[in-house]
Ligand binder design. Structure first.
Ligand SMILES: Cc1cc2nc3c(=O)[nH]c(=O)nc-3n(C[C@H](O)[C@H](O)[C@H](O)COP(=O)(O)OP(=O)(O)OC[C@H]3O[C@@H](n4cnc5c(N)ncnc54)[C@H](O)[C@@H]3O)c2cc1C
Length: 495
């Protein structure tokens, strides 16, 4: 036996799955999960999505768990992008969806089956516990993380957009993103079914709406824990078509801003962090539960068969940091795309669809055209005629359809900061107010390349300047996607 006692703080997906896997690997170790909510307390949130890639990773580590999670899930569904006037199909949404409560019930059963002790209704702090290893899986507001903040190096940024997690008491017939205006407000719904009679209905809005409609009045007047009934009434009216006479279900639902958490290191002393306690990635990538469960797999494997806790924690972090960082990068770009939706929502639906699918830089125009040829054809029509029928030839064609080089003076901007809507970016954009053409260059790492494409898009959406992005040859496909999705007018490739 390598550890006598392992304590897990938090009975969410990360904590429960880690506890089960650790106990299966180390049957003689006592594994205890402390969860502050009693089993009678309704959990926050409605459904969450799980991709087939995530399900394969779970199946490889724990086939039985994968089977039970799949049984409790709602099968994949189509995805549409809807504006007030049009609806276009999007591909890539054949995810499973599962109610958060159902997922926790399955993971609880699996943990108990493995021999884990679960202490429900016990809020614990790390100082209350004695154990060889303490697994901090206490979520985005982790008190354990706060206690170790200095050793961990905590970074937190708060999103500009506002979201509210709601549900419906019927299954929408396909997943969709839908934008609606009502009075002075602009709202977006992200909806998908997670049982045959329930859907997640996640709503978003922005500061312009918040101020114009006075959505902040509820927050100022009401204690946490209640749902924002006034906003729910507004949203029910705005999405009357989509709700088809049903009401929005709320569970402590109120406007919130997403908190992005990152740590310089994921462990300190005998305490290791996983799931939302260690990192968060914007919900529009639908990856938080996935990352939490994959962390649990890696941690249980790193701990197995060694009594060297520090080595196990280091191995866990080394293995998990690269994929987590990649998802965080994609999620951050997705977040900024949705937070600036107001600048796009009046574009043709096909154009928005192409922009949406390529927003994080990980899907090419060719992939989009293979899956949704008609939508792609409509979105690409503005680049002119002669479009090849073979999607693999689209990148070359887009290179010939870019806005030609200009004789006008070009303002050069060196840029690498991912937050293209922050103060630093505001200063740059203001300084370019009279520029006729802007050329953005910078480092060649993925984050910097994405950042200058996103800054070019901001400039393009808010001014008349022509935008040129300099890119390394390796990012040619991302560059042509940026041109096709109107993030920039031209790309310049270099070795
Ligand atoms: C609006 C929104 C939509 C989302 N949609 C998706 C999606 O579609 N797909 C997806 O994969 N993810 C989604 N997520 C993310 C997902 O909910 C989280 O990433 C996931 O729940 C993280 O799991 P976790 O176990 O780390 O933390 P949590 O699920 O937050 O669990 C932490 C647990 O710790 C308990 N706890 C906290 N403090 C203590 C304490 N001191 N003592 C005892 N117990 C404690 C809490 O009660 C909680 O049960 C979404 C998130 C948001 C905000």
């Amino acid at each position: 036996m390598v550890h006598n006692m392992i304590a897990v703080i938090g009975g969410g997906p990360a904590g429960l799955f880690a506890a089960r896997l650790i106990k299966l690997n180390q049957p003689s170790t006592d594994v205890v999960v402390y969860e502050r909510n009693g089993s009678d307390v309704a959990t926050f949130g409605f459904g969450v999505g799980l991709t087939e890639a995530t399900m394969s990773n779970i199946a490889a580590a724990d086939p039985h768990a994968s089977e039970l999670v799949r049984q409790a899930s709602h099968a994949g569904h189509d995805l549409q992008l809807r504006t007030g006037t049009a609806s276009v199909p999007l591909h890539g949404a054949r995810n499973l969806a599962i109610g958060r409560a159902e997922l926790l019930a399955v993971l609880t059963k699996l943990a108990l089956e493995a021999g884990v002790t679960i202490r429900d209704g016990q809020r614990v702090l790390v100082d209350d516990i004695t154990a060889d290893v303490i697994v901090a899986a206490d979520g985005v507001r982790s008190a354990t993380r706060a206690k170790y903040a200095e050793q961990l190096g905590v970074h937190e940024s708060i999103g500009r957009g506002l979201y509210m997690w709601c549900g419906t008491d019927f299954a929408v017939d396909s997943a969709f993103f839908s934008s609606r205006t009502l009075g002075d407000g602009l709202y977006v719904a992200h909806a998908y079914p997670y049982t045959s009679e329930r859907s997640t209905f996640l709503l978003e809005t922005d500061d312009e709406t918040w101020d114009a409609v006075g959505l902040g009045e509820f927050d100022a007047a009401t204690a946490p824990g209640e749902s924002d009934e006034r906003s729910l009434a507004i949203l029910t009216e705005a999405f009357a078509d989509e709700l088809a006479g049903h009401r929005l279900l709320a569970n402590r639902s109120r406007w919130a801003r997403f908190s992005t958490i990152g740590l310089d290191r994921w462990w300190a002393d005998n305490v290791v962090f996983l799931g939302d306690a260690a990192h968060t990635a914007h919900y529009t990538l639908g990856s938080g539960t996935k990352l939490a469960m994959e962390d649990a797999i890696a941690l249980s494997q790193a701990l197995a068969g060694t009594s060297d806790i520090a080595a196990a924690f280091a191995e866990y972090e080394t293995r998990r940091r690269p994929p987590v960082d990649r998802f965080k990068l994609l999620a951050a770009r997705s977040q900024r795309w949705w937070e600036s939706y107001r600048l796009r929502y009046q574009a043709p639906a096909e154009q928005i669809a192409l922009s949406f699918m390529t927003r994080a830089g990980n899907l090419s125009v060719a992939d989009f055209a293979r899956n949704e040829p008609e939508t792609a054809a409509a979105a690409l029509a503005s680049l002119g005629g002669g479009r090849p029928s073979d999607p693999s030839e689209l990148d070359d064609w887009i290179m010939t359809r870019m806005t030609p080089a200009t004789d006008a003076p070009v303002a050069d901007v060196h840029w690498r900061e991912p937050d293209v809507w922050g103060r630093e970016a505001d200063t740059v954009v203001t300084s370019l107010a009279s520029a006729r053409a802007v050329r953005l260059d910078g480092p060649d790492d993925d984050s910097a390349v994405g950042a200058r494409i996103d800054l070019a898009e901001r400039i393009r959406l808010t001014s008349n300047a022509m935008t040129i992005v300099a890119l390394p040859d390796k990012d040619r496909t991302q560059g042509t996607s940026a041109v096709a999705a109107r993030r920039c007018d031209r790309i310049e490739l270099r070795d």
